[in-house]
Design a protein. Structure first.
Length: 556
C-alpha cells in the first residue's frame, strides 16, 4: 500500500471519526477526507437528552471537535454539510453535494469507510411531522427551540433506553410526561420482572406509563391513542427504535445482511475489498448465538473504526469481537443494565438455561447508605458459561455489570465468579461481593446441592399439588406473601419435618438465602424440596409485571 493513499470517510461521528484520527496517527502522509451531511462532527450524541433538562448546561459541551480543530491537530480535511449521494465502486469515486453551495462534485478514493449510522424510526401516522427525535445536534436544537415556548406536557413514544432518558430530562424540566409503549413492559432488553423495578421508579416519580398502547395520530396539542383516548401533548418524541442507513451501500451493490445492516467480515470489510463499514449501519456477530445482529452502541463503533485504520495502514489488526449488546440507563436513583440474552429470548429459542436472581446490598449492609440491587444471571447448564445478565437498583449496578461482561468476554464460567478476588472495604463492597455470591449460588445448583424453581412456575406447581412453605418470620409473611403459602419460619422448620414427609415442597424466603438453608435442611431429611429462586422479592416483581401494576418495589 502506498504511503500517500487516499481514504474517504462518510460520516463524522463515532466510528468514522475514530477511523480518521487513528489513520492519521498511523500515517502522517495519507490523504484523509471526512464527508458529513450534517453541520457538526465528533459530537456527543449520547449526551443529547441531558441538554434538554440542562444537566449538560452548555450546548458547546456536546461539541467535542470541529472541522477546524481536527484540521489543526490531525491534518484532516473535514467537510460538513457535504452529503454523499452515490458511490461508484468500479471507478472508486463518490458523488457529493455541497449543501451550502448547492453544487455537486466527484471525489476519488483508494479506500472508502462508511459510517452513516442509523436513523430514528418515525411511525407512519397522521401528524408524524410533529414528532421530534434525538440523533444529532440539529435535532437537539429543534427540541430546545420547541421547549422555549409554553410547554407543559410531553408524550414519549417508546420505553427503551433513549425513551427513558428523554422522559427523565423532560420531567426534570418540569413537564408532565407520558410514556407510550407498544410492548407489555418497559426496557425490552430486560426480562419483565427486572424491568418492573424501573417501571415502579418511573411511576413513583410521576411519569405516566401506558403499556400495550400506541400513538395513532398526533394533533397540534394532543395525541390519539390506539385505545381511542386523547391525552395532551405539547411535545411528542419518537424513541421507538432505529434502522441502519444502508441506501448508499445498497445502491453501490454492497451485500446487505439478514438483519438489514451492511454485511462485513471480521475486519469490517464489505463485499468490496476497498470499502469498509463501521458503526450502527453494520451487522455484528452475536456473542451468544453466533448469528448476525444489529447493535447500536458507540463503544463498538469506536473500536471498529480503530480496527479499520489498522487494516488500511497494514498494522496488526485484531478481528472484531462478537457483540454482547451491553447497555445501561438511569432514571433518577435507579439504574438498569443488561448484557447478553434475556431469559424470555433464550426460552423462545428452546435453550436449556439456569436462572439465578439475587437482591444484595451494593456494599456491606452494616455500613451506612447500603442500597439494594436486583441482579439476574442466566447460565448454560452444560457449559456453565454465562449467557446473559441484568441488574437494576441504585449504586453499584454499573460496577457489577461490568465485572459480569468482562467474565463473559473472557469465557469464565458462572461458578468461577465465586473465586474472583474483588476489591473490598465496607463502604465499597462486601467480603462476599454480590458477584461472588452469584458464583456460590450457581455452584450449589450445578453441584445438585439445591434445586430451584422460578417465580413464573409457582402457580402451576401449586396447582399440581406442591406445598409452598414461607420460611420467613410471621411478621414478614403477614406484611406480604404468595397466595397459598404456609408460614413456617426456618428456625422452627426441624419441628415440622415429619408433617412434610412424602410431599413435594417449595420453600421461599425474602431473597433466597434462608430458603437455601431450609432446602438443605429438608433435603437431608429425605424430603423432595426446591427453593424459590430470588425469594419473595423476585416473585413480587414478576407478579407485578405480569399484571402491569406500576407499584414501586423496595428490597431489604
Amino acid at each position: 500500500m502506498s504511503r500517500s493513499s487516499k481514504t474517504v470517510i462518510i460520516g463524522g461521528v463515532a466510528g468514522g471519526m475514530s477511523a480518521a484520527t487513528r489513520l492519521r496517527r498511523l500515517d502522517e502522509a495519507a490523504e484523509i477526507i471526512v464527508l458529513e451531511r450534517g453541520g457538526y462532527v465528533s459530537f456527543a450524541n449520547c449526551g443529547l437528552p441531558y441538554h434538554l433538562s440542562g444537566i449538560i448546561e452548555n450546548r458547546s459541551s456536546l461539541l467535542l471537535q470541529t472541522p477546524q480543530s481536527l484540521a489543526s491537530r490531525f491534518g484532516l480535511d473535514v467537510r460538513v454539510k457535504n452529503e454523499v449521494i452515490g458511490i461508484d465502486p468500479v471507478a472508486k469515486t463518490v458523488t457529493v453535494v455541497d449543501l451550502d453551495a448547492g453544487s455537486e462534485y466527484v471525489e476519488s478514493y483508494d479506500f472508502l469507510v462508511l459510517s452513516p449510522g442509523a436513523s430514528p424510526i418515525i411511525p407512519s401516522i397522521e401528524g408524524a411531522d410533529r414528532a421530534l427525535v434525538l440523533r444529532d445536534i440539529e435535532d437537539v436544537d429543534r427540541a430546545m427551540s420547541a421547549l422555549s415556548g409554553t410547554v407543559k406536557t410531553a408524550v414519549v413514544m417508546g420505553a427503551g433506553y433513549i425513551g427513558i432518558e428523554v422522559a427523565e430530562n423532560l420531567h426534570l424540566r418540569g413537564l408532565a410526561v407520558t410514556i407510550v409503549q407498544r410492548g407489555a413492559q418497559v426496557l425490552s432488553a430486560l426480562d419483565s420482572e427486572m424491568a418492573s423495578y424501573m417501571q415502579g421508579k418511573l411511576e413513583a416519580e410521576g411519569i405516566t406509563v401506558l403499556l400495550q398502547t400506541e400513538v395513532s395520530k398526533i394533533h397540534s396539542t394532543s395525541v390519539l391513542l390506539s385505545d381511542g383516548t386523547h391525552i395532551p401533548a405539547d411535545l411528542v418524541f419518537s424513541s421507538i427504535g432505529v434502522v441502519p442507513e444502508t441506501t448508499l451501500a445498497v445502491n453501490a451493490g454492497l451485500t446487505i445482511g439478514a438483519r438489514g445492516g451492511i454485511l462485513v467480515d471480521d475486519f469490517q470489510r464489505t463485499s468490496d475489498p476497498s470499502i469498509f463499514a463501521v458503526g450502527d449501519a453494520v451487522e455484528k456477530v452475536d456473542a451468544i448465538s453466533g448469528d448476525s445482529r444489529l447493535a447500536t452502541l458507540a463503544g463498538l463503533a469506536n473500536r471498529h473504526g480503530h480496527a479499520v485504520a489498522n487494516v488500511i495502514t497494514g498494522q496488526h489488526a485484531v478481528p472484531a469481537s462478537a457483540a454482547l449488546g451491553t447497555a445501561i440507563v438511569s432514571f433518577g436513583s435507579v439504574t438498569a443494565a443488561s448484557t447478553g440474552w434475556t431469559e424470555k429470548a433464550l426460552r423462545a429459542q428452546g435453550r436449556e438455561i439456569r436462572v439465578i436472581h439475587s437482591h444484595p446490598a451494593h456494599h456491606a449492609g452494616y455500613y451506612p447508605g447500603a442500597e439494594t440491587m436486583h441482579v439476574k444471571l442466566i447460565v448454560d447448564p452444560h457449559s456453565d458459561l454465562i449467557l446473559g445478565a441484568q441488574g437494576v437498583g441504585g449504586a453499584g449496578v454499573d460496577k457489577r455489570m461490568d465485572v459480569l461482561v468482562t467474565a463473559m468476554f473472557a469465557g469464565l464460567t458462572a461458578s468461577s465468579l465465586a473465586q474472583l478476588e474483588l476489591s473490598y472495604a465496607p463502604q465499597h463492597g462486601s467480603a462476599k461481593d454480590p458477584i461472588n455470591m452469584l458464583g456460590y449460588v450457581n455452584r450449589n445448583i450445578a453441584e445438585g446441592l439445591t434445586q430451584t424453581v422460578q417465580w413464573h412456575e409457582i402457580q402451576s406447581l401449586l396447582e399440581s399439588g406442591s406445598v409452598l412453605i414461607d420460611v420467613r418470620t410471621e411478621a414478614e409473611h403477614d406484611a406480604g406473601h404468595i397466595p397459598g403459602g404456609i408460614c413456617i419460619p426456618v428456625d422452627t422448620l426441624r419441628d415440622h419435618v415429619g408433617s412434610l414427609a412424602g410431599k413435594n415442597v417449595i420453600v421461599h424466603c425474602q431473597v433466597g438465602q434462608r430458603g437455601h438453608t431450609a432446602a438443605r435442611l429438608l433435603s437431608q431429611h429425605g424430603i423432595q424440596v426446591s427453593n424459590l429462586d430470588g425469594g419473595y422479592l423476585t416473585w413480587q416483581a414478576g407478579s407485578l409485571a405480569s399484571h402491569s401494576q406500576p407499584t414501586p418495589l423496595k428490597g431489604k
